[in-house]
Structure formats: structure tokens, C-alpha cells
Design a protein around this ligand. Structure first.
Ligand SMILES: [Zn+2]
Length: 72
């Protein structure tokens, strides 16, 4: 005989249902953040640079190499 009473041996799991309509704005927001991150990792300090200097390059330097972007 187990220590758990029979009426408590099963736990009901309630999985929240997500609709596409509820998730879509968050997916778009995440995609926008990813595009901004990709810009700073890949294109910033290049021809379309928004910021002068090498600060962004230094901050994203390891990320560039991790993603295979040539930088030097
Ligand atoms: Zn590098």
C-alpha cells in the first residue's frame, strides 16, 4: 500500500491553451528584437553603421565570430 491515498494518486494537469491571435504579437516582438540584435552583430560598424567608433564592434565581437560574420 502506498503512502498516497488513492484519491490523491493522480494529479490533474491543466495546460493553458494558446491561440495564434494571442501569441502573434509576442512572436512579432521577438522577431523584431532578433532583427535588431542581428543588425548590431552583423551590420553595425559597416557601411550602414548608425553609431561611429568601435564600441558596438567590440561588444558584439565574439558573437560575430560565433555566427560566422567576418570582421577582421
Ligand atoms: Zn573578430
Amino acid at each position: 500500500m502506498s503512502a498516497i491515498p488513492a484519491h490523491r494518486s493522480h494529479v490533474a494537469l491543466v495546460v493553458p491553451t494558446l491561440s495564434a491571435k494571442a501569441v502573434l504579437p509576442w512572436l512579432l516582438f521577438a522577431a523584431l528584437l532578433m532583427l535588431v540584435a542581428m543588425y548590431f552583430v552583423s551590420a553595425e560598424q559597416g557601411a550602414t553603421s548608425l553609431l561611429s567608433g568601435t564600441a558596438v564592434h567590440e561588444w558584439t565581437h565574439d558573437g560575430r565570430h560565433l555566427l560566422g560574420f567576418p570582421c577582421h
